[in-house]
Ligand binder design. Structure first.
Ligand code: ADP
Length: 541
């Protein structure tokens, strides 16, 4: 028997319809790419999104077509997303920080027909355009007055003038809620980039899930600043959860340095913000150097890579801002777990509280998770046993765009590629990437734990631990360390430093000092390259 409730497909336009009708005057403030602060509101954003939809339809963009965006967080980028999705086309966010060859590969794989780009990226796109045969037109997210004097981009038009040709007398298209809405490729450290194809339904459900109090806890009184870019993993869903909550948005545009971020946080009275540790490092350094305060900020969500303990401590103890450590990935829309306090742990203070916040957190609704061994057997939640972390949910990928391979296990779970423990209260802690974990005599050694300990040595700037083949144990850990400028640590000093902190068999078999370590375009250690470089390394003994 079917329920007797109304048919109301979960389409993205519902979100801005809601915000425009019930929170019409809530502000959307942007530090524009051109420079000045720009102010609008949800009612106006909806009107202009309708015009984007109408204008794209007139350009012949249809259901299922890909429209690429390479843009900072601005009101125009926001309108573009809703306008594109509003006719059943697909916003395809392109990360400008990827290597140029990767960007071209991604755009050609997606066969995106239109590129909407910020002025910042015109030089990059001009070099790529001859190799992007599918892109028919470049819409530059600016007005005629700020257009470059000349550009080689085919059919380049200023967004404002292009948009002015539509009057907004238009209705959102209607289609099934499982229709594709967004496309984002994961850079990955190996192989070709993989496209994650979000649906209207997955984005709406994920946006709602992110709002609950133990997740981001967004309310209409919040002023939300997504520092995490819209081109990175759906901006952690903030473009969807803010209209659901009816919150105000503060968009930082192209300037993400400590001083610029601090200025917006203060002048725009931001209460909630979110981003990766790197941007918060820059902000905290700015606050240290200037003695400035954070007078309105209440909560900061930190994820993308592990939030260092010292960062949590600085935000909470020195600036009175609550840290929400979060974990997720592009394939998960992207949020999976958050380290908010359940009643079982709410009494914790001091170091014990920081221990908890160092964990990546508990699953939010719409996400289930488990840890398994290599054979797929589920492992206990004891906070010690670590295994492959697998997830399931309506906003988790089940297949990559235009790829045939199965990516779910027999129970329908997606292997995240992370290795983790889960404790008895359901708090997950990442201990490694599955391809980086060191398998020594059948037991697993966490490369991340060893790296974190090694950088605790006063003479070490950065560290990487990789597996090197070993005749008896299968693999053994090798520590690669970058000394701090002017320091000359020794192998013995480093091993002596680690020895009391770890199990005996975790101690690296050797230490190599290197001037620098290789990184991916998004700043993560490129361990594939290191493993390749040290494949034939002879361990002592
Ligand atoms: P990219 O490598 O392109 O940045 P993602 O943003 O999807 O791709 O990266 C997801 C991965 O980032 C996760 O699988 C995990 O390894 C890592 N990650 C994300 N958040 C955290 C966190 N809070 N702590 C540790 N690792 C994290």
């Amino acid at each position: 028997m079917l329920g007797l409730m109304q048919d109301w497909p979960l389409l993205l336009h519902r979100l801005i319809d809601h915000a425009a009708r019930h929170h019409p005057r809530r502000e959307i403030v942007t530090r524009s790419v051109e420079g000045p602060i720009h102010r609008t509101n949800w009612a106006a954003i909806r009107q202009r999104s309708l015009r984007v939809a109408q204008r794209l339809a007139r350009d012949g963009i249809r259901l299922g077509d890909r429209v690429a965006t390479m843009a900072w967080n601005t009101w125009r980028h926001l309108e573009a997303w809703y306008g594109i999705a509003g006719i059943g086309a697909i916003y395809h966010t392109v990360n400008p920080r990827l290597f140029p060859e990767q960007i071209a590969w991604i755009l050609n794989h997606a066969e995106s027909r239109v590129m909407m780009a910020d002025l910042t990226f015109v030089p990059l796109l001009e070099t790529l355009a001859p190799n992007l045969p599918h892109i028919e037109r470049y819409i530059l997210l600016t007005d005629a007055a700020h257009m470059p004097a000349s550009t080689t981009l085919p059919n380049a038009v200023p967004y404002e003038e292009w948009l002015a040709e539509a009057d907004g007398d238009f209705a959102w298209a209607s289609f099934d809620e499982n229709t594709a809405a967004g496309l984002c490729y994961t850079s990955g450290t190996t192989g070709e980039p993989k496209g994650v194809l979000y649906s209207h339904r997955s984005n709406v459900l994920h946006g709602m899930a992110c709002c609950v109090p133990d997740a981001f806890g967004l309310a209409a009184r919040d002023r939300v600043m997504p520092v995490v870019p819209m081109f990175h993993a759906n901006a952690w869903s903030l473009a969807f959860s803010t209209p659901i909550a009816g919150a105000a948005l503060v968009m930082p545009g192209a300037k993400l340095d400590g001083a610029s971020v601090h200025q917006l946080l203060e002048e725009e009275r931001v209460t909630f913000t979110a981003g990766v540790p790197t941007v918060w490092l820059m902000l905290l350094q700015h606050l240290e150097a200037t003695g400035a305060r954070l007078s309105t900020l209440e909560r900061v969500a930190i994820g993308g890579s592990a939030c260092p303990r010292a960062m949590t401590q600085a935000f909470q103890d020195r600036y009175g801002v609550q840290v929400i450590h979060a974990w997720g990935m592009t394939e998960m829309s992207p949020v999976g777990t958050l380290a908010g306090p359940k009643p079982e742990v709410a009494h914790l203070t001091g170091e014990a509280k920081l221990d908890l916040q160092e964990r990546q957190g508990a699953a939010m609704f719409t996400v289930d998770m488990k840890i398994t061994d290599d054979e797929g057997r589920e492992l206990p939640w004891d906070g010690k046993t670590f295994g492959r972390l697998k997830v399931q949910g309506p906003a988790v990928a089940r297949r990559y765009y235009r790829r045939e391979e199965e990516i779910l296990d027999a129970d329908g779970y997606f292997d995240t590629g992370d290795v983790a423990t889960i404790d008895e209260n359901g708090y997950m802690k990442i201990t490694d990437r599955s391809k980086d974990v060191i398998k020594s005599g059948g037991e697993w050694i966490s490369s991340i734990d060893l790296e974190n300990l090694a950088v605790g040595h006063p003479d070490v700037a950065e560290a990487a631990v990789i597996a090197v083949p070993h005749p008896k144990w299968g693999e053994r850990p090798l520590l690669l360390a970058v000394p701090k400028p002017g320091r000359e640590p020794t192998k013995e000093a480093l091993l002596d430093f680690l020895r009391p902190k770890i199990a005996k068999w975790w101690l690296p078999d050797d230490v190599v000092f290197v001037p620098e370590l290789p990184h991916t375009a998004t700043g993560k250690l490129l361990k594939t390259k290191l493993r390749e470089d040290y494949r034939n390394y002879k361990l002592p003994g």
